[in-house]
Design a protein around this ligand. Sequence first.
Ligand SMILES: [Zn+2]
Length: 189
Amino acid sequence: MNQQTRDFGGLSPVKIISQNRQTLAMRVTPAGIEVLIPADLDADSPRVQAFVKAGLQKLKPPRPVAPSHRLRPEDLKALVAAWSERIGVKIKRVQVRAMRNKWASCSTNGTLTLSTDLKELPIDLVDYVICHELVHLRVPDHGKGFRALMSCYMSDWEEREHRLARWIASAAKRLTGTKTTISTKAEMV
Ligand SMILES: [Zn+2]
C-alpha cells in the first residue's frame, strides 16, 4: 500500500491511497478525506484528479447563507448599473416589487423588474440573478451562446446556479411564491 497526500484547496490535504483494487473510492474519516485508487493509477493522473474534485464538490456543504438583507432597492439598482455597463446592455428603469414566480424579468422596453425576495439571497447569488437576466438581453435563450457569455462575465456562474437551486429548496417557505431556478424556461425573460 502506498499513501500520498495532495492538497485540493480544502481544509486539509486529501490522502490518496494506492491499493490492489479496480475502482476509485472516496471516504470521509475522522482524520480527513481518503481516496482509494487502483495501484496502477498515478495519484496525479487526470482521472484521479477529476474523481477527487467531483467527490469534494459533492461533499461540500452549502455555503453559509449571508443574506443580503441590507441590500436596499438603490443597492440593487447600483448592481444593475454596474452589470449593464459591463455586459453592454441598456436598462431604462429598474423596479423592485413582489414577484410570485420569478427573481427577475425584463421587458422589451428596457424595464428590469427585480423580486423583493432577492434580499433573502446571499449577495453573490443576487449578483448571479442580475447577471443572468442582463445576459438575456443579448441572448434570449439558454443555449450555447448564453452559456459562453455567462462564463465570460462570471466564471463560477454554474456553481452559483446550483447553489441557488439548493437555496430555493431550503428556503421555499420564506419566499412569497414558488420560485424555480431562474435558468428554467419558465423563468426566462
Ligand atoms: Zn434565463
